[in-house]
Design a protein around this ligand. Structure first.
Ligand code: XUL
Ligand code: CO
Length: 448
């Protein structure tokens, strides 16, 4: 392996030291957990935009990032050289997947034709390195939100010329998905929402958005692209109100427009929090609807109300996420954990990119180990089964199977004294449940 990054391949070191450095404590790709190697449960992916392009800007300051390919001053030279860095990065981390937007890869030209030509030169290089390494896209997507032409949306833009351009851009992105063998294709509606309702035709915008998605479904069929289509919900930022607000809203939108057979969801931790939900909530809602597709791995900050895209380090959250995944049997038919995460502005060295991923991967590996132990002991399954057990017999069965109606139930309810109803309820002891989860985390990782 070449040494473009001046960082060694990341080894598994176990608990050699308490200090988390450039080695994995918990992530052992081949270790069998709950019947599958860790690498198959987790399917980690690196996000091109954050890891290789992000300059670590904030609203008050320029980028601080120091990257080894900054020495290439011509944008196209840099874009082409960078591809080699990206594949070495994946290999040193032992990650098998990556995710990208079309615009992450190459600079734009004046026309779509010129832009596509530049993009294709970089895609050619990616295809070569994919063939050499076997590393492939978990998903790709199209940035229909960065350029000023998308100021008022893409599929929901009030300008037909911008909708037309968006469709053209999207078409080429789907062709790239086919060429590179992407397992999924993501739609994040970065500007598909509104700033203000007074100037917005909400019905028309949502119909246009559905139309663009239907065109994409049709084109995928035409070119034989079998990537799983995913929608990524986010409630706000950049627009005041995003149409794909959260999992439940997005599922309703897909059903309303007859698109639900063609899409699943790509859920992100920080987006869930912005919507006022936990990450686990979003995953559970998607699971119940049969729509869990893939996961963007990151976390927010309890004190800050916008999208921080921090690398995951919260064991409690990764335990909850991996419990859902274990219960489901997989993240999604082709799902994985894409690190839609960036180092803090103060972590500006190239090495910090490795450090962030190591912590993210280890935190998810640890969450998997804890959740697998909880699962094996059936701690949650038994607790939930017991809580609803009155529906397993008698009147409960007749309610669930549809035999009961308001009259039969009234008959049973009319003369029941209050004391009997109260005797049917039980304390949930939620404090003990949370304490038990803490014990699982401490004990499992103590013995891991
Ligand atoms: C934005 C976000 C995107 C999508 C892909 O918050 O998460 O990077 O993951 O467009
Ligand atoms: Co994301």
């Amino acid at each position: 392996m070449s040494d473009l990054w001046n960082v060694d391949a990341i080894p598994f070191v176990g608990k050699a030291s308490k200090v988390q450095g450039l080695g994995f404590r918990y992530y052992e790709p081949e270790r069998i957990v709950a019947g599958k190697p860790m690498k198959d449960w987790l399917r980690f992916a690196v996000a091109y935009w954050h890891t290789f392009d992000q300059r670590l800007v904030d609203p008050f300051g320029d980028g601080t990032a120091q990257r080894p390919y900054d020495r290439f001053t011509d944008p196209m030279d840099q874009a082409l050289a960078k591809v080699d860095y990206t594949f070495e990065f994946y290999r040193k981390l032992n990650v098998k997947y990556f995710c990208f937007h079309d615009r992450d890869l190459a600079p734009e030209g004046d026309t779509l034709r010129e832009t596509n030509a530049k993009l294709d030169r970089v895609v050619d290089r990616i295809a070569e390195l994919q063939a050499e390494t076997g590393i492939t896209p978990l998903w790709n997507t199209s940035s229909l939100f960065t350029n000023p032409r998308f100021v008022s949306g893409a599929g929901t833009s009030p300008y037909a010329k911008v909708f037309t351009y968006s469709a053209g851009q999207l078409k080429h992105s789907l062709e790239i998905a086919k060429r590179l063998g992407s397992e999924n294709y993501v739609f994040w509606g970065g500007r598909e929402g509104y700033e203000n309702l007074w100037n917005t035709d909400l019905r028309r915008e949502q119909e246009h958005m559905a139309r663009l998605l239907q065109m994409s479904v049709d084109y995928a069929k035409e070119i034989g692209l079998d990537a799983q289509f995913l929608i990524e919900p986010k409630p706000k930022e950049p627009t005041t109100h995003q149409y794909d607000f959260d999992a439940a809203t997005t599922i309703a939108f897909l059903k309303t427009h007859g698109l639900d057979d063609h899409f699943k969801l790509n859920l992100e931790g920080n987006h869930a929090n912005l919507a006022g939900h936990t990450y686990q909530h979003e995953i559970r809602v998607a699971r119940v609807a049969g729509m869990l597709g893939s996961l963007d791995a990151n976390q927010g900050d309890k004190l800050i109300g916008w999208d921080m895209d921090e690398f995951p380090s919260d064991l409690y959250e990764t335990t909850a996420v991996m419990w859902e995944v274990l219960d489901e049997g997989q993240i999604g038919p082709h799902g994985g954990l894409n690190f839609d995460s960036k180092p803090r502005r103060t972590s500006f060295t190239a090495e910090d990119l490795f450090r962030g991923h190591v912590v993210g991967m280890d935190t998810y590996a640890a969450g998997l180990l804890v959740a697998a132990q909880m699962h094996e002991d059936r701690f949650i399954e038994d607790l939930v089964g017991e809580r609803y057990s009155s529906f397993d017999e008698g009147v409960g069965v007749s309610i669930e199977n549809g035999d009961a109606n308001l009259s039969t139930l009234e008959e049973l309810a009319l003369d029941v004294p209050q004391s009997e109803l109260l005797a049917a309820t039980h304390s949930d002891h939620l404090e003990s449940v949370k304490g038990t989860i803490n014990n699982y985390i401490v004990d499992t990782l103590g013995q891991a």
